[in-house]
Ligand binder design. Structure first.
Ligand code: ADP
Ligand code: MG
Length: 701
């Protein structure tokens, strides 16, 4: 009936039935035996450790205590009814409380009996209590948990608990599946890989992950399952990469022609850094192979990614292709447009811009010009990927500040041409290596690991609220020297109103305590109409205002070289990469720049570590790693929706070595056996074929 017994719906498992099966599906998303087997414990309790009552402490997680029921009473009426048990050992007495399952407690927990009570201790009126403890007779009976040293604890929900599927209930179901069907578990990794990395079999791993015999066995199981998880992500990514290079011929950029030469020799106002030269060379090589380029440029804020992008676009133009550049915000798209258009005169390249604000009339004209090939470089926002936008001959797409674009959107761009264009994506700030390997593992990576010469490192200071006047004084002094200042307020997610209030109060306070009769302030926040934002931004860019007060809309990419002071209000509310990104708005000109982090006096340990890190280092790669350690991968900007990061076992902040092993294994695999035709790899081939079919099916239906 089912391909394997493990595909059997849970409703057929003894002790489940239709109601619980439906609940398991709704609450945990599991419908088959196999899926429940893949519902791993999220932690384990050491059941060899017992606590004495006088050792209890309110900070302890779950504990087990051996004691005797010295008293038992029912108190309260109706739904307030509860059972209180006095539980005593040789060091003292504690209380056990039940509000539910009273009948069961009545019948099974007997005065004078000796039990093991297990649960979370709470301190109340100087004595400890556990509500709804797990109770076992002492000495322990043999059975599922009887000889367990590490007890698995499973995620569950209130609804499941009401149907007796608490952690223990789930444990029982899983135990049953293992008892009956564990021999049907199929190995998913080739034998030679298991041997090379000394991995336990999938079957052994599943037994030990649920019911570990000891911590060593548990670690082995975890390592195996983490490896497997990361391995199959890499297999898919690198398979996609290989497919693309087989399937998609890339435009050939053989010619280093007049446009790029003129730009390099006559226009470029500075010497490229070695890192920039190296990356341009990598792009040159990539675009001469007749294969579609998919390359990620990682570079710190201010490392000069834009000029690399521009030269790549000119390379496309020199070879008869159009290029486009997509930015995540209107402001940024405009800024790119203006800086590019001002560098290139019309003979060199015709540059245009397309955003959500482009009028219908302009748009119609633009569409025509694009299809006629009259535009060489198109800059814009998401508006670029609309289906109506067609090019005559698109050869290169640059995506700036990549983390705001999903994989899906990238794919949409490939379909803009019969021969898909080369793709260059640029990150806003560096991302940690493990994250890059997982999110962008199908791309080649270039790193600009060098800042332009003569750039003075930004000095960062952390000041507390009490030192505000000092900060104002400093601002005044810098403005008097002709510089400009940013003041940034955090976005308060829950309430845009509060957000604005915060900002407005700040401005009022500044006007009050720090009168600047001769200076102008620009204000930009999320609730303003776009046109007003644009206007205010432009006044600051043109130097008509000296202070830019903003919520984080200025975060990404804005370039005003004369701005040399970045004040970040409530800095403790920002994440590290965001702080680094904001700081990168200054230090773009020749002047010494400063970043001032304002915060409350009292800080939690993580906030303090973030601000200390900012004061200590300007290195974005270093900051990205610390950010990952602090927050875990799920919280890194823009990665939540990506799917690849919903890892069950592996943790990108901790499992760097396993990830590297898994990736290396896959790279080697495809080098030796690109079509996976060797019998040793047949498992992997079947896996990929199945996935490919599933995806194709998704598209049809
Ligand atoms: P990011 O990598 O953050 O996007 P940008 O491309 O905006 O950085 O460059 C930051 C600033 O540095 C710009 O004003 C740019 O003109 C300038 N710049 C880029 N490369 C160099 C270089 N090799 N020498 C001097 N200045 C440079
Ligand atoms: Mg940039």
């Amino acid at each position: 009936m089912f391909a394997s017994n493990l595909d059997t719906p849970l409703v057929y498992l003894k002790g489940v039935g239709p109601k619980r099966a439906e609940l398991l599906q709704k609450e945990l998303g599991v419908t088959t035996y196999e899926q429940l087997l893949n519902h791993y414990p999220f932690r384990y309790i050491d059941r060899t450790r017992f606590y004495k009552i006088n050792e209890l402490h309110p900070d302890l997680p779950l504990v087990q205590v051996i004691g005797k029921v010295s008293a038992k009473e029912i108190i309260g009426e109706k739904h307030k009814k509860r059972i209180l048990v006095k539980f005593t050992d040789e060091t003292g007495t504690m209380e056990l409380v039940w509000f539910q399952s009273l009948k069961w407690v009545e019948e099974n927990i007997l005065r004078g009996g000796k039990y093991i009570a297990f649960g979370k201790p709470n301190l109340f009126n100087h004595s400890f209590s556990i509500s709804h403890p797990d109770m076992e007779l002492f000495p322990r009976q043999a059975g599922i948990t009887g000889n367990l040293t590490l007890q698995p604890i499973y995620n569950t929900t209130e609804k499941l608990k009401k149907s007796f599927l608490d952690s223990k209930g789930i444990q029982k179901l899983i135990h049953l599946i293992i008892e009956l069907h564990i021999n049907e578990v199929r190995e998913t990794l080739p034998k030679y890989i298991l041997e090379k990395y000394k991995l336990v079999s999938r079957k052994e791993a599943l037994i030990q992950i649920h019911f570990p015999r000891d911590t060593f066995k548990l670690q082995q199981a975890e390592r195996r399952l983490k490896f497997e998880e990361l391995f199959f992500i890499q297999l898919q990514l690198l398979h996609n990469k290989q497919l693309r290079s087989l399937k998609f011929k890339g435009a050939l950029f053989n010619e280093v022609g007049e446009k790029i030469n003129t730009f390099y020799n006559k226009i470029l106002p500075f010497e490229l850094t070695n890192a920039q030269k190296r990356v341009i060379k990598e792009i040159r090589l990539d675009t001469q192979r007749g294969v579609q380029m998919n390359r990620l440029i990682q570079g710190d804020v201010g490392s000069g990614k834009t000029v690399v992008a521009l030269m790549s676009m000119l390379l496309a133009n020199d070879n008869g292709y159009q290029a486009c550049m997509m930015a995540p915000t209107e402001i940024l798209a405009r800024q790119h447009y203006h800086s590019i258009a001002s560098l290139l005169n019309d003979d060199l390249a015709k540059v245009a811009i397309l955003t959500g604000n482009t009028t219908k009339k302009q748009r119609t004209l633009l569409h025509e010009q694009l299809e006629a090939g009259e535009i060489d470089i198109l800059v814009g926002t998401h508006a670029l990927i609309e289906d109506k936008v067609r090019f005559k001959n698109l050869g290169l797409v640059v995506i700036d500040e990549q983390h705001r674009f999903g994989v899906e959107q990238r794919a949409k761009l490939w379909r803009k041409n019969i021969v898909p264009p080369h793709i260059l994506v640029m990150t806003a700030t560096p991302i940690p290596r493990t994250l890059a390997m997982t999110l962008y593992g199908d791309l080649d990576v270039s790193v600009i690991d060098e800042l332009p010469v003569g750039r003075k490192p930004i000095e960062t200071k952390h000041l507390f609220e009490g030192q505000r006047l000092r900060m104002f004084g400093f601002m005044k002094q810098e403005i008097a020297k002709g510089r400009q200042v940013y003041i940034v307020y955090p976005l308060i997610k829950e309430s845009e109103k509060l957000d604005l209030l915060n900002l407005e109060e700040g401005v009022a306070q500044m006007r009050d305590q720090f009168p600047l009769p001769d200076y102008q302030i620009s204000i930009v926040h999320g609730q303003m109409p776009n046109a007003d934002k644009q206007y205010e931004m432009q006044r600051f860019i043109d130097g008509k205002t000296q202070i830019m007060v903003a919520t984080t809309v200025i975060e990404v990419g804005v370039n005003v070289p004369n701005a040399s002071v970045m004040v970040i209000e409530n800095a403790e509310r920002f994440g590290l990469s965001q702080l680094h990104q904001l700081r990168g708005r200054v230090g773009r000109g020749a002047e010494q720049s400063f970043c001032i982090l304002m915060s409350a006096a009292k800080l939690g340990p993580n906030s303090k570590l973030r601000l200390d890190t900012m004061v200590k280092t300007n290195n974005g790669f270093e900051i990205a790693e610390i950010d990952l350690q602090l927050r875990g991968p799920g919280d890194i900007t823009g990665t939540q929706q990506s799917g690849v990061l919903e890892l069950k076992m592996a943790n990108l902040a901790k499992d760097q070595i396993i990830l590297q092993e898994a990736r290396n294994t896959v790279i080697e695999l495809f080098e030796k056996d690109p079509m996976l035709s060797s019998p040793d790899n047949s498992l992997l081939k079947t896996y990929l074929d199945k996935r490919t079919r599933a995806i194709a099916f998704d598209k049809i239906s």
